[in-house]
Design a protein around this ligand. Structure first.
Ligand SMILES: Cc1ncc(COP(=O)(O)O)c(C=O)c1O
Length: 437
């Protein structure tokens, strides 16, 4: 454990941040979730940062950072590179504090995101489109800062940013106690670059040391666990970008130092499970969460966290309850155009959607036989595409099937094997599968 004096953020700084931020923040609700409580076997509360202004907790760190600048630095303005929630947080802070900002985004950034940033920032924020990738935008922002003397606003790797984000933990613990008379047993937070986890952990370890802290990463971008293992930030060369916001190639040095000191438990959840959770949050609780916003809830729902809400195997009474669970719903900026992909990835993850290459024998009635003899009463064809469009006589067809229950797969496969058709399941490892899902 690092000497507490060396920590980038201490509890009093988070407390000072909460006071400073109070006039500009919404005190977002702490909402009980019956569904997740049932799954966890202990009371679960959702900290609704999707209802924060700019629809994510990111305003907290960004506003505190800008508010901490000297008069001279305010006059020189700020720059940031981000197409996501950080950009919206910085834009809002610029507007509130009257500081000029330039936000660099790759030219590929969807119009909806660009429009949100300019609408929030108003006259104070200039949006600069540059290059094709996030790295191009980050480089241009750094050049701008060197050239003009503007201050760069880091998304997570800074003690002030972390102190701002840490106010989520303080606020949730206070709400749980004052509004519900309950104690914070476990706090579950999403992890990208580590700013939120670092800040929340800093406050919790000092002020609520018994609270179990759990950081949740997307399985396709486990940069924090990799950094903890290596003892330094490492760059992930391959990454699934689906959980944008939390899909970060390299965590920050300051958040990593906090994580090494507070030693939270780190777990990873599959991107498909995140999709299922986004749909459950939407359909049961009526919450629009973006993928990163649903990460923490996913770990609770999917049973990823061992003995959640219980003392655990090493305790004198393993079944002893350890208090309430707070899950941070960190953001709600989900683009409607992503819902097709979300439904698809969820169905595949649930084992309800499968793909096959089917070569029909060249004889009349083959397709009808497939329908009658191979498909079961609850199996639906949701995709049918001849691979060789110019030769329907011979080439196989790609067939997507949605089944009523994941248990239906085995009998379906048995009927396929018994048919005289050549049917090959498209393995999830097959590159074509990635293309489909
Ligand atoms: C909604 C949301 N959740 C979680 C994260 C990850 O946060 P951090 O980088 O502080 O670990 C982000 C980062 O942008 C985010 O936008």
């Amino acid at each position: 454990m690092t000497d507490a004096m060396e920590l980038p953020v201490r509890a009093p700084e988070v407390e000072a941040a909460a006071e400073r931020l109070a006039p500009v923040l919404r005190r977002t609700p702490l909402q009980h979730s019956e569904r997740l409580s049932e799954l966890a076997g202990a009371p679960v509360w959702l900290k609704r940062e999707d209802l924060q202004s700019v629809r994510s907790y990111k305003l907290r760190g960004a506003h505190l950072f800008l508010d901490s600048l000297s008069q001279a630095a305010r006059e020189a303005g700020v720059v940031a590179a981000s197409a996501g929630n950080h950009a919206q947080g910085v834009a809002q802070a610029c507007r509130t504090l009257g500081i000029q900002g330039r936000i660099y985004v790759p030219g590929t950034t969807p119009r909806q995101k660009r429009e949100r940033i300019t609408a929030i920032g108003g006259d104070l924020v200039e949006l600069v489109l540059i290059g094709d990738t996030f790295d191009d935008a980050a480089e241009a922002a750094a050049d701008d800062a060197d050239r003009t003397g503007a201050t760069q606003v880091p998304p997570f790797d800074h003690p002030v940013i972390m102190a701002g984000q840490g106010t989520v933990a303080l606020e949730a613990a206070e709400q749980l106690r004052s509004e519900h008379g309950r104690e914070l047993g476990t706090m579950v937070v999403p992890v990208g670059g580590g700013g939120l986890l670092g800040g929340c952990g800093a406050w919790l370890r000092e002020r609520s040391p018994a609270t179990r802290i759990i950081g949740v990463e997307p399985a396709g971008a486990v940069s924090m666990s990799a950094a903890v293992r290596a003892g330094r930030p490492v760059t992930l060369h391959e990454m699934d970008r689906f959980v944008d916001g939390a899909a970060v190639r390299r965590v920050g040095a300051a958040p990593l130092r906090m994580v090494q000191a507070i030693a939270p438990e780190l777990v990873a959840v599959d991107e498909g499970a995140v999709c299922t959770q986004m749909l459950d949050l939407y359909q049961v609780e009526g919450i629009i969460a973006e993928p990163a916003g649903a990460l923490a809830a996913t770990a609770v729902a999917a049973g990823t966290i061992e003995h959640l809400g219980r003392a655990g195997a090493d305790a004198p009474d393993p079944e002893e309850e350890t208090g309430d669970i707070v899950v941070v719903v960190s953001g709600g900026n989900n683009d409607v155009s992503r819902y097709n992909e979300i439904v698809e990835r969820s169905l595949v993850h649930e084992g309800l959607k499968h793909y096959f290459l089917v070569t029909f024998p060249q004889e009349p009635g083959a397709l009808r036989r497939f329908l009658d003899r191979v498909l079961g009463p609850n199996d639906d064809i949701v995709l049918f595409d001849y691979i060789k469009r110019n030769n329907r006589e011979e080439g196989p067809a790609l067939v997507g099937l949605e089944i009523g229950d994941r248990e239906d797969l085995e009998p379906l496969m048995a009927r396929m094997a018994a048919s005289n058709m050549e049917i090959e399941r498209v393995d999830p490892e097959n590159p074509i599968y990635r293309y489909l899902t």
